[in-house]
Design a protein around this ligand. Sequence first.
Ligand SMILES: Nc1ncnc2c1ncn2[C@@H]1O[C@H](COP(=O)(O)OP(=O)(O)OP(=O)(O)O)[C@@H](O)[C@H]1O
Length: 264
Amino acid sequence: MAFLELKQVEKTFFAYDSFTTAVEEIDLTIEEGEFISIIGPSGCGKSTLLSLISGLLLPTSGQILLDGKVIQKPTPETGYMLQQDYLFPWLTIKDNITLGLKTLGKTKQEEMNLAFQLLETLGLSDKKDHYPAQLSGGMRQRVALVRMLSTDPKLLLLDEPFSALDYQTKLKLEDLVFTTIRKHKKTAILVTHDIGEAIAMSDRIILLTGRPGRIKQEFILPDDLTVTLPFAVRGDLQFNPLFQKIWKEMESLESESQGDANTV
Ligand SMILES: Nc1ncnc2c1ncn2[C@@H]1O[C@H](COP(=O)(O)OP(=O)(O)OP(=O)(O)O)[C@@H](O)[C@H]1O
């Protein structure tokens, strides 16, 4: 049985006099421990696909199964990390990272240990009594990473988590997120506009067509790159040819993209 399975998934958004099919005919299987990136032209349904996998949205047709069970609503089995950190400004870092645990009724010290261990590993233990506004953008995203992992979800959904950061911080955080996710043997799906980031971080890249997004092509990364830190992958001899190959495919898709919503 596959860890995560998408079967003929379609999502259409209906408005009063129009409809938009964001994704269609999505068949995808992801094994436990895999790191997948989803790339594609702007508006092709990448975020919609993550929302469907998270259970925040339901498919119009088709099915999504996690560990053989149909996903029908958001559950603690799935963690989400977004471009914005959405930390609560009135809570300290400690309270922000333990909020999810408290919501699940996990308030014992041993149930909170993972959160505090992660805070330490990510160099933030001296910030636990600070408020989000006192932290830099990179630190806040590290807190968001801790918050996502502290409830020990099986599946991690990363929706452009580095895109609001400056380039240097982004590269450092890529390494940190990669190491943390691999160390905890999590399955992760990253949505990104950055082909380089997809190559540097994943085992496999899924390229979607323009809207409605369908799977156009899969790129399986060479084994040696998948165990190399993202920053070092960017300097590897295999990086540029891979980048060029995917870039060419992306470029051909940009020109094929459809316009806006269809009118009923
Ligand atoms: N809640 C919604 N209601 C109506 N249409 C929506 C909704 N969410 C997304 N869409 C539409 O679905 C399509 C796909 O949007 P989505 O945000 O998933 O694409 P994306 O690939 O993540 O975009 P980008 O690359 O620009 O971040 C777009 O045409 C968008 O306008």
